[in-house]
Design a protein around this ligand. Structure first.
Ligand code: PBG
Length: 330
């Protein structure tokens, strides 16, 4: 008779209490940052068709939604605005308007919920008539890096004035973290943090987000600034630059197809690492669950756990509210 096994890892799985005891990764509501969509008007709740369970809210209803999330223990939010086409231009001027939809609402949320953390988005696309994250050269169609830095600096400063806790540059222009840091520091906002979208890939998984905000590029794609999904070491180059430029936290985006990058970034930095579980990743789980092809709730928790297991200290996720409800239920 062959030797029976001496080593039996199954002993550590034999009961729920033991499994819980040896569990290596545990989600909590403190891990979540909830991206939310803001639209003009009053009493507006417009569902995003490709993101079941997610709506675009007018400011009044967004306040209610944030209140419900806070009750569930979610206390960090990343608002994104949907801007009327009439207000878009080449230089995204509306992005620095303190009376505009976004900044007025950010200030309003902070007044209602002083303890809530708001991470504001720095990139031109919601306000750009070209639908790009940077200034487009009218003749060549090129995305102009250094001209964009000017715009991003003003946008970040206006957000800090509105009360943002964390500035989140999602544009992928070179040198923007240092630029924004300097603008903030020179204007007495040295206490405002920067969470850099360090390794943001030119991904197909952003589709539902661009539908939600009507922010898709009018021409071309974002491959001259967002990273090539085939590259891993390049993320470490971006990481080194963001650290040197003064980022407080770094991010990998998307999350699920980039777990290797999350781990790489985690092992190469002492800064907190975050990951953005993007709209397309959310939509896939929801679509399969609606068809009865997956158990939506278990899949959601597995997805979020895997992102944390890979090394994310915090996760931007459209699942935040739902997952918080599951965690509360225990
Ligand atoms: C744009 C931005 C995008 C997302 C966040 N900020 C889309 C893009 O780069 O085109 C995507 C988020 C998601 O898909 O959930 N600055």
């Amino acid at each position: 008779m062959p030797n029976l096994p001496t080593h039996r890892p199954r002993r550590n799985r034999k009961s729920e209490v033991i499994r819980d005891m040896v569990q290596e990764t545990r989600l909590t509501t403190h891990d979540f940052i909830y991206p939310v969509f803001l639209i003009e008007g009053q009493n507006q709740n417009v569902p995003v068709a490709s993101m079941p369970g997610i709506s675009r809210f007018s400011a009044d209803l967004l306040i209610d939604e944030i209140g419900r999330c806070v009750e569930l223990g979610v206390k960090a939010f990343a608002p994104f605005p949907s801007i009327n086409d009439a207000l878009k231009d080449r230089l995204a001027r509306e992005s620095a308007n303190p009376e505009g939809l976004y900044l007025k609402t950010v200030a309003h949320i902070k007044r209602q919920f002083p303890d809530v953390v708001l991470m504001t988005d720095v990139a031109m696309d919601p306000y750009s008539s070209d639908g790009h994250d940077g200034v487009v050269d009218a003749e060549s169609g090129e995305i102009l890096n250094d001209a964009t830095l000017e715009v991003l600096g003003q946008m970040a400063l206006a957000q800090a004035r509105a009360g943002a806790d964390i500035i989140g540059p999602s544009d992928m222009m070179d040198g923007r973290v240092a630029w924004i840091r300097e603008v903030l520091d020179q204007n007495a906002f040295s206490h405002v943090s920067i969470m850099s979208y360090t390794a943001k890939y030119a991904s197909a998984f952003y589709g539902p987000f661009r539908d939600a905000l009507d922010s898709a590029p009018k021409k071309g794609d974002k491959k001259s600034y967002q990273m090539n999904p085939a590259n891993r070491r390049e993320a470490l180059r971006e990481l080194a630059l963001d650290e040197a430029e003064g980022a407080d936290m770094v991010m990998v985006k998307p999350a699920l197809s980039y777990l290797d990058v999350i781990l790489d970034v985690k092992t190469h930095t002492n800064l907190p690492v975050t990951a953005y579980n993007v709209s397309g990743e959310y939509a896939m789980v929801k679509a399969a669950a609606q068809n009865g092809w997956l158990d939506g709730e278990r899949t959601m928790m597995e997805v979020l756990t895997s992102i944390k297991r890979a090394g994310a200290d915090a996760i931007l996720t459209y699942f935040a509210k739902e997952a918080a409800a599951v965690l509360r239920r225990g």
